[in-house]
Design a protein around this ligand. Sequence first.
Ligand code: HDE
Length: 691
Amino acid sequence: MTQKKALKHDTSTLRGEADELHEQATGKHPPLTTNQGIPISDNQNSLRATPRGPTLLEDFVLREKITHFDHERIPERIVHARGSAAHGHFELTCSLADYTDARILTEVGVKTPVFARFSTVAGGAGSVDTPRDVRGFAVKFYTKEGNWDLVGNNIPVFFIQDAIKFPDLVHAVKMEPDRGFPQAATAHDTFWDFVSLMPESMHMIMWAMSDRAIPRSFRMMEGFGVHSFRLVRSDGTSTFVKFHWRPRLGMQSTVWDEAVKLQAADNDFLRRDLFEAIESGQHPEWDLAVQLFTEEEAQAFPFDHLDATKLIPEETVPLTVIGKMVLDRWPDNFFAETEQVAFCPANVPPGIDFSNDPLLQGRLFSYLDTQLLRLGSPNFNQIPVNAPKCPMHNLQRDGHTQMQVPAGRVNYEPSSLQKDTPREVASGFRSASVHSDDGQKGRVRAASFADHYSQARLFFRSQTPVEQTHMASALVFELSKVGTPHVREAVVGQLRHVDPELAQRVADGLGLKRLPDAPPTAVEARDQPPSPALQIIGRMKDTLEGRCVGILVDDGSDAQAIEAIRKAAKAAGATVKLVAPKIGVTLEGGDAITADGQLAGTPSVVFDAVAVLLGKEAGQRLAREAAAVDFVRDAFGHLKAIAADAGAQALLEAAGVMEDAGVVQAEAVDDFIAAAKTRQWDREPKVRTLA
Ligand code: HDE
């Protein structure tokens, strides 16, 4: 008995000390209360009938706490479950007043608050950040005329043409229903089975197999609204528009082996990258650009712009930059904001309207429906992250978790009993008045949607040879994970329509004895002039801004050499992190420093370029240390610049590093910085066999 009393006393004492420390740091604590506001005196012990139990049902503090905890999770998004988000603003730099009345697109210089969420598609909320996948790019603009949600992806086209196929697509890509795997991966039978039978998916497959699907950072991705929307004016004019986000840091992707290793190195690689950038004041920025075109111009396109498997090449309709988005504030609470944010493509202010794209039309229904399940109430718009920041009044009432307390007896319209009830306004949202004599009602796919291969070919042939090789290799990797031979062959058959040489490369990579037959097609692919705007490599910015340089050091490393590289990398806009076998390092000359990461947990995949600065003894020791050898070997294999001093040579040798333009002496700091601003694409054939 005495002993138990003492125990309780001890815990309280510890708590008292912790409280004191905390109080010193943060000031006064508010009293801990139940949800009813009742102050709690003991948050450590449940109420027991005797000191050794049993626990009493009477303990409302315990029951309320556990009940709330039991209900903490809500259904995760069926797609795009894993996401990361940030607050920021959008500023218009070029008015579209000739095309729209929307204030967000006509009031130059006005800063509109935004909330942007980036996501993967296939994996669950707890899955990793870096699988091969499409990335969601959803932006909620809190405009003066209500919320505008531009719910896009980092790829400008989609797998399917009709919303009715979406559940099939998602079932096929998610983990297989009997075995419950693979998580967050397209490399399995059901996905490729579906794809092989859906020729319309071939264009998007080209994008998904390209390096766009393995981005280095959310900050280095393009975004696309995908569908055509309309800009409308009150005089009745209407113009089609496609929206594009362009990252100011330029686009950058990982290489596949790096993406695979990142999954082990850091589950949260992209989330952490966004968080750290914002916290350190490197606020990510994107330009918003539009492609504008008329109905008549659209009729002259050799494809149907209402078909979401098609893009409009920039060479056909150029992009006009109209504004800039800056993300500068990490959410205060992940659940309240990132998890509960509810995007919906149907949220558009007056002046923006929809096209007839059948995929968009289905989305206009789906998002509201899904939020009702996820957030559990039609009042989800009252959750702070979803609430408009402009005045909002209507006569919708009641429902679960109603937060508002509307006064008065009028909750209907028309009414005459109260002077302050909301009324329609002439400037309110109007749909574009569109005349159509397109034909008869029916479950039909327009003939103008029948060309499934021309743009897949356009995309593939527009890539640099390196990117084409990555695509062929990605297809080989994915199809090698498919266990059913006829599925593998059917995909290769489809590829013959896209590009016969690509099909042959993939067939060779799979070791197929015979090139499978191409399936019949209604429309043969047409050759078109390549669109270099579709590349990544050709358009990468040579820059270290927003990138991270890792320096491997150990006891005996040269402080001056470290400082020279650190200074130059920082001046070029990079973050610099030190990695060492032990966090505590004693440099040559005796200075003690603390490394940012321990070697065993900080492989080079998390850096864009590395320097290896070691004393002779450490270099020889680390040449026998697997983590150090992998650090250097992977940096080399992932085509990164490597700077090394004399002491590091033994390690470089053990890692099989060969001489090339990206491997430089540590003293040649400028050369290192120049090489670090890009990847060493020429090195790739020396380090791996590709398709
Ligand atoms: Fe989505 N999509 N989608 N989608 N989508 C959802 O809504 C849906 C499509 C996109 O960060 C869901 O709140 C259908 C295209 C993003 O919260 C759901 C169809 C594009 C996000 C849904 C599509 C997208 C979603 C799941 C075919 C690019 C995440 C949870 C007709 C333009 C937004 C949710 C966030 C989320 C339905 C196709 C982008 C189920 C039916 C095309 C970025 O409503």
